[in-house]
Design a protein around this ligand. Sequence first.
Ligand code: CS2
Length: 483
Amino acid sequence: MELSRSALARVPVGSRPRIAAPAPGIVHLGLGAFHRAHQAVFTEDAMAAAGGDWGIVGVAPRSPQVVEAMRAQDGLFSVTTLGPSGSSTRVIGSSAGQLLAAADPDAVVTLLGDPAIRVVTLTVTEKAYRLDPATGRLLLDDELRADLETDRPPRTVPGLLIRGLIARRRADAGPIALVSCDNLPANGHRMRGLVETLATACAVSDWVRANVTFPGTMVDRIVPASTDETLAVAAKALGVRDAAAVCGEPYLAWVIEDDFPGGRPAWEQAGAVMTGDPRPWELLKVRTLNGVHSAIAYLGAVAGRETIAAALDLPGLRPAVQRLITEDVAPSLVPPAGVDALAYGDEVLARFANPAMGHRTVQVAMDGTQKLPQRILHTIEDRRAAGAVPRWAGLAVAGWMRFVQGVADDGRPLPLNDPLADRIRARLAAAPATPDGVVDALLGLDTVFSPALAADAELRAVLVEWLTAFEKHGVAQTLAGAA
Ligand code: CS2
């Protein structure tokens, strides 16, 4: 039997939803595993603690599978928390509908214009914002231009948002908060910049300025892509099958800038931190957790390790990323009051070592051109401005440069899932196949590396040195002798 409201009687009492079907109050764009294991859980707990009509209408931009699976289950799905020893599974009841934007964009636009909706959250991945990763400027391509300049149904996330805001203005539906929950640098600022640019193009900037806020957030939970194993563990725990099951680590954090003109769930009662300034949290998290995650993913994948936990076991990798945290990341930022960046770094490494996660290195490795700037390159820029040569952050970039060449040290192919994959391949093909050639070819990606970084001879020398070592000894052996 499949999970559904009527099947809940078969589910163990402790695993049932904590609330009954809520009325909609939030639209969430991006129905991936991360949303289901994070905002959906916080929002259910907030409603269970303090009530409110904050049901989430989940919008999948393109993928019909999750929409179909959730619809067939009355919007229910489960989250399994995977501790190093033992797991627990609960069904989440915060959904209030599902839409597939690709099939029904107008329904999404209409919904955004509904006065019941007062918050929009997004987990659409970095690339969907269509911002230049290096500068944050809007990349106005033909798709987005058509969303802005014609009245065809919108096909891009920014297009959906601006059309939705225009519908909201027309309906006089009241103020709304747009909340990016993606690991973008200063995600609230980037979101505001994006929407204000679009609003200017569509002549609605006065209304947007008066009615729309852009709270910044720090979101954190490690949520690997679901596998057959995830579904099997959920079915065993629940006694019914759940085609939309997800799993995540025990750690869960959400820091949110408290700027919600139309109200919000009592997320603080679910453990979220409401703050006036999320920036220190976000910097610490993206540079430490995500930066180190990417470093481990690239180096580990090239060295033939399947998972993050297995990669962290490579001789020399842990000390290398410890030095990345201590010598490069920590001096580049001011952590939130009362938080010690080095202790945070140790906690992050302990989380990565959780063997139950099975988080694949190639999953974390994807979309590197969209992730590197905020995860690693901003650290490098800050350290260079302070006169330091960040050798360990350079190791992470070199790991990416080695990874995007597409072949692991044992000769197996590595997938290049990246919106700039064609440009990367073309640049590499046109360059000499030497460490210098590869470094110059990739530093020339101007939406990734700022002009200052691309022209930085000392950084270039560090990258060439690491790539030369990788070529001579392989990644595993280079790491073994490095730190
Ligand atoms: C990861 C993140 O896939 C990735 O790039 O670094 O999804 C990471 O697991 C989360 O940000 C943890 O909060």
